[in-house]
Design a protein around this ligand. Structure first.
Ligand SMILES: [Zn+2]
Length: 200
């Protein structure tokens, strides 16, 4: 907003900018449909990968993992966290796979991809909001480690292994992407559910 701008002029310019962006997106789609569209892709991902990642625009799995169209199922939410909604989505995907004919797919890899400098850290202290998000009591929120992606990714891999019933051929892993370097660290190496640590 410049010195001469009235609030109304500022709003008008912002609205025009948004419409220009929208037009650009539609033009890009025309280019995609003409040059990059792949016909007859399957709903079943090419790479047998399901990624749980963050909505942050810096950490799009298609870019940071070099995925192509049809390669992977991607579930994105705040933080790339395992929440009741995440588990519901995974359960519904299983229902779709069964009804689409095939039964549970074999050889799938479930990857939790979290990242450094995640916005969810700003919600530390918003105990009500976080308890609701994770479907837990307020006293349990600290254990979700929202300010520490390395701890959080381990918590979430453990939660997936404890909650889901996965075929033995499935792998689960946990990664942390560094937004300052572009590099990914393997925090929880790929392992089947049976390798989950059992309580003594
Ligand atoms: Zn994030």
């Amino acid at each position: 907003m410049t010195a001469q701008d009235t609030p109304a002029l500022f709003q008008e310019r912002e609205r025009r900018n948004n419409l220009t962006t929208f037009d650009t997106l539609l033009e890009r789609n025309q280019d995609f449909a003409a040059h990059h569209f792949l016909k007859d892709l399957s709903m079943m991902p090419n790479l047998r990968i399901m990624i749980i990642g963050c909505v942050d625009p810096r950490v799009d799995p298609a870019h940071v993992l070099g995925l192509g169209l049809g390669d992977a199922i991607v579930i994105r939410n705040i933080g790339g966290r395992v929440t009741p909604a995440t588990l519901e989505t995974i359960g519904m995907l299983g229902g779709i796979a069964q009804r689409a004919g095939g039964g549970p797919p074999t050889g799938f890899h479930l990857i939790v991809l979290q990242h450094t400098h995640c916005g969810i850290a700003h919600l530390e202290g918003q105990t009500d909001m976080l308890a609701s998000y994770f479907g837990i009591d307020q006293e349990e929120v600290a254990a979700q480690a929202v300010t520490n992606p390395h701890a959080a990714v381990a918590v979430d891999v453990a939660a997936l292994k404890a909650t889901l019933t996965l075929p033995e051929s499935w792998l689960v892993s946990g990664l942390v992407y560094d937004v300052t370097t572009g590099q990914i660290e393997v925090v929880v190496p790929p392992a089947p559910q049976s390798h989950a640590e059992r309580p003594a």
